[in-house]
Structures are given as structure tokens and as C-alpha cells.
Design a protein around this ligand. Structure first.
Ligand SMILES: Nc1ncnc2c1ncn2[C@@H]1O[C@H](COP(=O)(O)OP(=O)(O)OP(=O)(O)O)[C@@H](O)[C@H]1O
Ligand SMILES: [Mg+2]
Length: 272
């Protein structure tokens, strides 16, 4: 019998166990912006097929952390392994690394002069040498799965923020990445559009693709993630399964952060 496949990205669903492969591994990673030590001795493992939520205060280094994985930011020291190889391994080009890693940005970053279909088919045609027909077939499948088949000929400016972000997710999936990184994918959206994007992400979670999601959507973190990582001042100060993170956070900064998010009007002075 064929193993089950995700109905969105068509990847084989993994069987969850402690034996899952390491998909991303940060080893003593440090990053400086001039005198600012923005990532400090980061050690973090993300297993294949799992969902890791990264949270923490503004400026704590969350975006920088995930941008180092596909080398949108270069690290100053340490190493990062992706899918069994160091990012510095000369046998894998930067293009090959980036093909394995989809990135969904806060501001969608669609090409404004291209239609929805053209946005999704561009990279598979140029980088994966897919024929126009094959790229379009795949794009239409993905559009159906994110609920936007009827928007294929529209331009980004004709779409709502939530629709643009769903196109951006379809565009990332069109390259059939093994890893999908999200940097606050819902924080530029009006509240009524957040749910449609989160529900696409929820369908993707545990479909086989490995996800790292920077988000303050704690409902998503609680319901969907396998681990939550809390960063403050460039350091991981709490890392736990969601149940432990939400019910029994250890570090006072994590407690304070959670309380601010979940109940912003009543932050206990004692935690400050
Ligand atoms: N290109 C850059 N040059 C210099 N400093 C930078 C650069 N990018 C980020 N920083 C600084 O590094 C720190 C971490 O930034 P980063 O964007 O990773 O934080 P963040 O946790 O994602 O914040 P936010 O929640 O506001 O998005 C901040 O102090 C920021 O000002
Ligand atoms: Mg950020």
C-alpha cells in the first residue's frame, strides 16, 4: 500500500517517532551586526516533518535566526546543518540549498507585475526547468488547495492581504521544498484574514514538510507546534513542547511574555 501523502504538498507523511531525522541543526551559532551580538550561542534541532514555533520580544533576533538558515543572513560563527549537510558544504550550491527551503515573508513579497499564476510558476520554470504546462498544472493544483483557483489571473494588488499570503504560500510550495520558514506570516493582516492563512498553515503542518514559524499566534503554537522556542536578546531561554511552554514556563521572561500576549491588560508586576 502507498504511504499517505499530504493533499497540499504531496509529500509522504512521516511516521512520528524519536527516530525522526534532524532536518535543521544550529550548532553554536553566533551572529553580529557590528557591535550588536544578535544571536548568541544558538543550539537548536528541528526534526523532519515537525513544526517549531519561534517567539520572543521585538528585536530579540527571531527573523535573523530563520534568515540564517537559507543564508539570507550570514552567520559570524558556528554552523547550521540542513538536511544532512552543513550550509558551508561546497558540494551543495547556495541555489541548491535555497531550493530546499521555502520562505514566507510578513509582507508577502509577491511580484506586483506578475499575475498569481505567473508568480507561482516563475521559480519552478526558471530554477527547476519545469515546462510552462507542467508548472501551470502544479500551480493550479496548489491554488485549489489554498482556496484561490478563481484568482489565478488576478494581480497581487487586486487581492486582499490574506489572499496574497496564501498565494505566497502556494508559490513557496511550488518548489517542493523540504523546509518552509515563515516570518510572522499573519502580522501584516487584518484580524479577519488571519484565520484563512493559519488554516492553510495548519493543513500543511505534519504533512511531511518541516516548518519553522516565527509568530505571536499562540493559538497556532499551542495547537499545531511540536516545540516552542522562546528567544530573548539573541539567546534561547526556553525551549519546550507546547503543553509545557504554555502551562509551565520556567523563565520569568517567558512567563511575562506569555502573560502580555494572552492578557495584555493585566501583566502582573511581580513578573516584571
Ligand atoms: N541588517 C541589519 N543591520 C543591523 N542590525 C540589524 C539588521 N537586522 C536586524 N538588526 C538588529 O538585530 C536585532 C534583531 O533583529 P530581528 O529582526 O532579528 O528581530 P526580531 O526578533 O525579528 O524582531 P521583530 O519581532 O520586531 O520582527 C535588532 O536589534 C535589529 O535592530
Ligand atoms: Mg522579525
Amino acid at each position: 500500500m502507498q504511504p499517505p501523502r499530504c493533499h497540499i504538498c504531496k509529500m509522504i507523511k512521516p511516521k512520528f517517532s524519536d527516530k525522526l531525522q534532524k532536518m535543521i541543526e544550529f550548532k553554536q551559532v553566533n551572529k553580529h551586526f557590528g557591535s550588536l551580538h544578535v544571536l548568541q550561542n544558538i543550539n537548536l534541532t528541528v526534526k523532519e516533518g515537525e513544526v517549531t514555533v519561534i517567539c520572543g520580544p521585538s528585536g530579540s533576533g527571531k527573523s535573523t535566526l530563520i534568515r540564517t538558515i537559507n543564508q539570507l543572513e550570514a552567520i559570524s560563527a558556528g554552523d547550521i546543518w540542513v538536511d544532512g549537510k552543513s550550509i558551508f558544504d561546497p558540494t551543495r550550491s547556495l541555489n541548491a540549498l535555497r531550493k530546499e527551503i521555502g520562505f514566507v515573508f510578513q509582507q508577502f513579497n509577491l511580484y506586483p507585475h506578475l499575475s498569481v499564476l505567473e508568480n507561482i510558476t516563475l521559480a519552478p520554470r526558471k530554477l527547476n526547468n519545469l515546462s510552462a504546462a507542467a508548472a501551470e498544472t502544479k500551480a493550479l493544483e496548489l491554488l485549489e488547495q489554498v482556496g484561490l483557483s478563481d484568482k489565478r489571473h488576478q494581480y497581487p494588488a487586486q487581492l486582499s492581504g490574506g489572499q496574497q499570503q496564501r498565494v505566497a504560500i502556494a508559490r513557496a510550495l511550488a518548489m517542493e521544498p523540504r523546509v518552509l520558514l515563515f516570518d510572522e506570516p499573519t502580522s501584516a493582516l487584518d484580524p479577519e484574514m488571519i484565520g484563512e492563512v493559519l488554516s492553510v498553515m495548519k493543513k500543511l503542518a505534519h504533512s511531511g514538510i518541516t516548518m519553522m514559524v516565527v509568530t505571536h499566534e499562540m493559538g497556532f503554537a499551542r495547537e499545531v507546534s511540536d516545540q516552542v522556542v522562546f528567544i530573548d536578546h539573541g539567546q534561547i531561554i526556553e525551549q519546550a513542547d507546547p503543553h509545557t511552554f504554555f502551562h509551565n514556563p520556567q523563565h520569568p521572561r517567558a512567563k511575562q511574555f506569555l502573560q502580555q500576549l494572552l492578557n495584555p491588560l493585566h501583566v502582573q508586576e511581580v513578573l516584571l
